[in-house]
Ligand binder design. Structure first.
Ligand code: KIV
Length: 272
């Protein structure tokens, strides 16, 4: 089932209506990648994972609003049909609903994206409600929350104990009730993520969660095999471009050293 025409830009209400229909989400951080992914995806997520994937940071904690705005604007320049959602980085929304509004409004105004995503459940419900009532669509993010890596003591999956399962369920409910249009459920036991999907009225987007989530999201560099630092169990690699890049660069280096590149075909010669 498709709720939108093939070329018509996908809107936030379209995504809400797609509850029960598989939604394809992928991260994108640059214009050329957005151009490639656009026709295949419902949502391009400018994730703060860019801090680890593009900038070599050990976590997402040092990502700034300026970085997210620059990459959000780049992705918007490559997107025609897919809906673009930009992550709010750590420290730009947790202090108060007013702080969140000021920074999320900047993200929307300076990138042209459709919505923001922020991490947190019950504790962020007031902020989500504040933003959505003031014209800022919000996607929630519950379960494993990478911005809380220091509290959790690492990137570990959740929902294995009854308390953890109840907490993720409560968080997803709170986010949905607060007005989020969708919620990313990350690193959460399959049965818990599927129960959440059945119980809440908004689409759930799984990553390391459940095949029963309404949609799935992955980090594009994991999908393509260009990020090798750390590959979580839930990643499926659809290509090994990292190896292809290494082989191409090795051949280039060899040819330059052997003076086999450039050839006459690659240089400008005087005509006649
Ligand atoms: O930052 C990110 O890329 C994300 C997705 C992995 C959901 O939040």
């Amino acid at each position: 089932m498709s709720v939108h025409g093939a070329d018509k830009p996908i809107t936030i209400p379209d995504l809400r209506r797609m509850k029960g229909t598989p939604q394809v989400w992928l991260t994108a951080y640059t214009t050329p990648m957005a151009q490639r992914l656009d026709q295949h995806c419902d949502v391009l997520l400018v994730g703060d994972s860019l801090g680890m994937v593009l900038y070599g940071l050990p976590s997402t904690l040092a990502v700034t609003l300026e970085m997210m705005i620059a990459h959000g604007a780049a992705v918007m320049r490559g997107a025609r049909r897919a809906c673009v959602v930009v992550d709010m980085p750590f420290g730009t929304y947790q202090k108060s609903p007013k702080q969140a509004f000021k920074n999320a409004a900047r993200v929307l105004a300076e990138t042209g994206c459709a919505a923001v995503k922020l991490e947190g459940g019950t504790e962020m419900a007031g902020t989500i409600s504040f933003l959505t009532k003031r014209g800022i669509p919000v996607c929630g993010h519950v379960g494993l929350m990478p911005q809380s890596v220091n509290v959790a003591g690492g990137f570990r999956a959740t929902g294995r104990t009854e308390d953890e399962a109840a907490k993720v369920m409560q968080d997803a409910h709170a986010v949905a009730e607060a007005g989020a249009f969708a919620v990313v459920v990350e690193g959460t036991l399959d049965s818990v993520a599927s129960a959440i999907t059945r119980k809440i009225a908004i689409p759930t987007i799984g990553i390391g969660a459940s095949a029963e989530c309404d949609g799935q999201v992955l980090v594009i560099d994991d999908v393509l095999g260009t990020f090798n630092e750390f590959t979580p169990r839930f990643v499926k690699r659809y290509a090994n471009l990292g190896e292809q890049i290494s082989a191409a660069v090795a051949q280039y280096a060899e040819e330059v050293r052997a003076r086999a590149f450039p050839t006459d075909a690659h240089v400008f010669k005087r005509r006649g």
